[in-house]
Design a protein around this ligand. Structure first.
Ligand code: AHR
Length: 319
């Protein structure tokens, strides 16, 4: 896209904002799927937020396939929705469909994951600093092992997704320069509990029944919960024999922490829709352009942070 075309696109989007209605809007939501407890909570909260604001939500579950997301976005464009929320399963391959949305003057808001397209092709992105999440997880482990030798296995998220790429980078940043820490095996578990368990089983087998593993770093809690099961079935104590650090802060992981079977997690809020709808409402009202990135917080929880209480506080929130 040329600079002129990009500027024109922004101008067209701004003009359309001033003429949009502030109430009764229709928003298409292309969700990745239901691969994790966190994802389920994001879906629940998006539906709740839409209902509270009188927004008609058209929901599409892509079953973790990018082609389904692209088809859903094209269908939203054909329906003439007022905005599109997109949680992109992978980072690449969005240019054509985002250009179609821009040509149709429909603002797109990215939720929880990033794309490698031009920023001019979406209104804003709501999400956490994914590299920072990995850094927080890695720093926790650096501090926890306090100079002891530690062989780490890593369960990566969906290949090609921005959280898998960035959480890996962040963790590697944190352990760089600490020669006592080494990632000895790393494989995708696709953010699911079932694959987390399956891949952990293969790690355990390859690492002397798990005797040679000091810690697991999982890119999300669901994979960690699956891995915990595998560790128990191998006759080891998760959280003691193998330290476990992960990301999301879902209720099931807090339950594992309360039982001493997991050690730390970095919170990712599932309420991406609240800030997204706030930005869209301001945009519809008077064309206010939001920041390109609306960042949510990333907080570390350990066993010292009342995991049983956190479980109780979160268990009915749609996870
Ligand atoms: O993009 C956010 C990630 O996607 C969450 O950490 C994970 O649970 C989900 O599948």
């Amino acid at each position: 896209m040329t600079k002129l075309t990009m500027l024109t696109t922004v101008a067209v989007l701004t003009m359309s904002a001033t003429t949009a209605l502030a109430e009764g809007e229709t928003v298409g939501f292309s969700q990745i799927g239901s691969e994790s407890g966190w994802r389920a909570a994001e879906t629940t909260l998006t539906r709740q937020q839409a209902e509270e604001r009188g927004i008609q939500l058209q929901f599409s579950d892509a079953q973790q396939r990018q082609e389904n997301q692209i088809a859903a976005i094209r269908s939203f464009i054909a329906q003439g929705v007022d905005a599109i929320l997109l949680a992109p399963v992978v980072a690449t391959g969005w240019d054509a469909v985002l250009e179609e949305a821009a040509e149709a003057e429909i603002p797109v808001v990215l939720l929880d994951r990033q794309v490698d397209s031009s920023e001019d092709l979406y209104l804003t992105a709501v999400g956490s600093n994914l590299v920072h999440e990995g850094e927080v997880a890695g720093q926790w482990l650096v501090d926890e092992v306090a100079g002891e030798e530690c062989r780490i296995v890593e369960l990566q998220g969906t290949t090609g997704s921005s959280p898998a790429i960035d959480r890996k980078t962040g963790f590697e940043n944190a352990i760089a320069g600490h020669d006592n820490l080494e990632i000895v095996r790393s494989q995708t578990g696709d953010f699911t509990r079932a694959q987390g368990k399956e891949v952990m089983e293969s790690f355990l087998q390859a690492e002397n029944g798990g005797q040679d593993i000091c810690a697991l770093y999982a890119h999300n809690d669901d994979m960690a919960v699956g891995a915990i099961q595998a560790i128990k079935e191998a006759g080891l104590k998760p959280g003691e024999d193998i330290l476990i650090v992960s990301i999301d802060a879902v209720p099931d992981y807090f339950q594992a922490m309360a039982a001493g079977e997991a050690n730390a997690t970095v919170e990712l809020t599932p309420n991406m829709a609240g800030p997204a709808f706030d930005a869209l409402e301001a945009y519809w009202a008077d064309g206010t352009m939001p920041e390109k990135f609306i960042q949510t917080e990333s907080r570390l929880y350990t066993a010292a942070d009342d995991p049983a209480g956190e479980y109780e506080r979160r268990k009915d929130l749609g996870y």
